[in-house]
Design a binder for this molecule. Structure first.
Ligand code: NAI
Length: 235
């Protein structure tokens, strides 16, 4: 199950799972993009319109995936938004929207799949954090707080579910070319790229590879970790 799977990192992750032979259920708040992506992924992919910040919407999605497939092996909490602004001018609505879509969503989805994974005695949960959740970023107090929260959630749930053979990890991307970063002015982009030791923005495939690895048999002994995929932005 991949949230926010219609575009960007979510779409690349769903593509990576399909290539590995998995059945993939994506959800997204954007129905047109979601349907198009699911069609392009082929018959092993399904799409449901879900607002991940809405508990009921998430529970309905998990129920329908369970009734279709009877098991849930992997959850990727990927959906995310930005509403940037300096703290002095940040609107309460922008704080709430980012915390709800980026962090409450992970609570909603993790809680909804956890009963099934505990019963199965197996499961993988992979959360999309961000390098800024560790190093901070001016103008993104809401986003940074949500991503730092994701890291805390990852570690707490990893400890709770480890005895049931469920691993919980986070991938922290750096600066990745997607719709989320496309609107940045050239100057801001250049300043960002100057902070990347590997000298380039990342691609969605760079991130998808780490997510697919964490879901694979190779990653069976990794839990509670944050894997930074940022070209060295954080060391
Ligand atoms: P994106 O904007 O390209 O795609 C995000 C997807 O999530 C979109 O399809 C959007 O419709 C969906 N979405 C938004 N709100 C939703 C909601 N309430 N319910 C369901 N779906 C919703 O973003 P991108 O860049 O692919 O980001 C994916 C994740 O990676 C996010 O959590 C983001 O914070 C994180 N990330 C991205 C970085 C980047 O440089 N692009 C850097 C660090 C982290």
């Amino acid at each position: 199950m991949v949230t926010g799977g219609a575009a960007g990192i979510g779409r690349a992750t769903a593509t990576g799972f399909v290539k590995e032979g998995a059945k993939v259920a994506i959800c997204d708040v954007n129905p047109e993009a979601g349907k198009t992506t699911a069609e392009s992924l082929g018959p092993e992919a399904t799409f449901q319109q879900v607002d991940v910040s809405d508990n009921k919407s998430v529970n309905d999605w998990v129920e329908s995936v369970m009734s279709q497939h009877g098991q849930i092996d992997v959850l990727v909490n990927n959906a995310g938004i930005t509403r940037d602004g300096l703290i002095m001018r940040m609107k309460e609505a922008d704080w709430d929207a980012v915390l709800n879509v980026n962090l409450k969503s992970a609570f909603n989805c993790t809680k909804a799949v956890s009963k099934t994974m505990v019963k199965q005695r197996s499961g993988r949960i992979i959360n999309l954090a961000s390098v800024v959740g560790v190093i901070g970023n001016p103008g993104q107090a809401n986003y940074v707080a949500s991503k730092a929260g994701i890291i805390g959630l990852t570690k707490a749930v990893a400890k709770e579910l480890a005895s049931r053979n469920i691993t919980v990890n986070a991938v922290a991307p750096g600066f990745i070319e997607t719709d989320m970063t496309a609107s940045l002015p050239d100057k801001a982009r250049e300043a960002m790229e100057a902070q990347i030791p590997l000298g380039r923005a990342g691609t969605v495939r760079d991130i998808a590879a780490a997510v697919v690895f964490l879901a694979s048999d190779q990653a069976v002994y990794i839990t509670g970790q944050v894997i930074h995929v940022s070209g060295g932005m954080y060391m």
